[in-house]
Design a binder for this molecule. Structure first.
Ligand code: S3P
Length: 417
């Protein structure tokens, strides 16, 4: 019988890697980023910044960014954000503060994703923006921003970060409030680089005309990547896995709370804080799981983990209900539709709701040919489902894991005994 065992590290955090590049770029002086995520999405950010005149050296053990201060150089060509929503949305905040015109495109998936959410606050701050019906390509003419207090209808760290980064270019204080608090890496990092940031749970403000100072950044392991192996060890009988140096920022650990509620044996050891971000070793053992309910308030803390939580739910006793997760429909693919369609092909009992999923378990899954829709998190979730399925599973376009976790297949091979 197959089991999951060993001691591993997972890929560095994607959200923090993007932010480290962008915030270093607009700081004064040289920043070194250790344990940077060299995956497609973060390389898209790196290339965009190079085209904006930033000198970046990507060495084996660190990335060196020679920051230019808030003012960047007009790019000679259209910027390409590839598959990365974080690249376009965060960078747009910075570009709204520049006195030149920038055009950004992306791949087919990114070109379908909504950009109106960033256009609205940035235009209120004074930027001029053209889109293709609210989608990419986007053209930003920035400069002369004024501060706003933005009340967002959606909880989104990308949108919050966009507004805060633009706020660095405005006079006085720019504020952002969201219904539920989203991941707070931007706030933490801006403080490290010397910005004045005020946090009152789901309201964050920043003082503009900031002078950021270069700082070194260490990027912890990505809990959203660890999530796949955490669920693998939770659902494959007789498993025990240690994942070292994982970021355990309280705005990211929803998966840990959910799995504990489901009865999994999970502990965190060796906790420490590196550069204002907490990190620890996660130890997980298999156990009998029970169903749970996940509601809107919890969604931002586990937004990227829902597809793999759905896989865990297929192996849990009872009915798991996830609601308030409409945002999943506008990720790299419609993740609610993708995960329910593909897990159904493997025999799961799943019903798609407009804003969530209902999953009845436990089900003995069977191998099938399934589609990743070129979405890295769908591909990895289906790979974890295949570990508890009878027979072979083939995942179409499985190389899309390179977007966030190039080592995924390698590590999976090593811990599967
Ligand atoms: C991210 C925020 C989340 C998340 C994405 C990365 C970030 O998106 O899904 O993978 O780095 O800020 P939203 O802010 O759009 O929810």
């Amino acid at each position: 019988m197959l089991k999951i065992t060993g001691e591993i590290e997972v890929s560095p955090d994607k959200s923090i890697s993007h932010r480290a590049l962008m915030i270093s770029a607009i700081s004064e002086g040289t920043s070194r980023i250790k344990n940077f995520l060299n995956a497609d999405d973060c390389i898209s950010t790196m290339n965009c910044l190079k085209n904006l005149g930033i000198d970046i050296t990507n060495k084996k053990d660190e990335v060196i960014v020679r920051g230019k201060g808030l003012k960047l150089q007009e790019p000679k060509k259209v910027l390409d954000a590839g598959n990365s929503g974080t690249t376009v949305r965060l960078l747009s905040g910075i570009l709204a503060g520049q006195e030149f015109i920038t055009k950004i495109t992306g791949d087919e998936s990114l070109s379908r994703r909504p950009m109106k959410r960033i256009v609205e606050p940035l235009e209120r701050m004074g930027a001029n923006i053209n889109t293709n019906n609210g989608c990419l390509p986007i053209e930003i003419k920035g400069g002369n921003l004024k501060p706003i207090n933005y009340e967002s209808k959606i909880s989104s760290a990308q949108l919050k970060s966009c507004v805060l980064l633009a706020g660095l270019y405005a006079d006085n204080i720019t504020g952002f409030t969201e219904p539920e608090k989203s991941r707070d890496h931007t706030e933490r990092m801006l403080k490290n680089f010397g910005a004045e940031v005020f946090v009152n749970w789901n309201t964050v403000s920043v003082r503009g005309k900031a002078k950021l100072r270069a700082t070194d950044v260490f990027v912890p392991g990505d809990i959203s990547s660890a999530a796949f192996f955490i669920v693998a060890a939770a659902i494959v009988k007789n498993s025990k896995l240690k994942i070292k140096n994982v970021g355990i920022n309280s705005t990211r650990v929803g998966i840990v709370d959910v799995l504990r509620r489901m009865g999994s044996h999970l502990s965190i050891e060796n906790k420490k804080e590196v550069g204002n971000e907490p990190m620890g070793d996660i130890i997980i053992e298999s156990s009998d799981l029970i169903s749970t309910e996940i509601k809107k308030e919890e969604i931002p803390f586990l937004i990227d983990e829902i597809p793999v939580i759905a896989v865990a739910a297929t192996q849990s006793n009872g009915i798991t209900k996830i609601t308030g997760a409409k945002e999943l429909r506008v990720k790299e693919t419609d993740r609610l539709s993708a995960i329910s369609t593909e897990l159904k092909k493997m025999g799961a009992d799943i019903t798609e709701l407009e804003d969530g999923l209902i999953i009845k378990g436990p089900t003995k899954l069977k191998g099938a040919t399934v589609n990743s829709y070129k979405d890295h998190r769908i591909a990895m979730s289906l790979a974890i489902a295949s570990l508890v399925a009878e027979g072979n599973t083939e995942i179409i376009d499985k190389e899309c894991v390179n977007i966030s976790f190039p080592e995924f297949w390698n590590i999976l091979g090593k811990i599967t005994k």
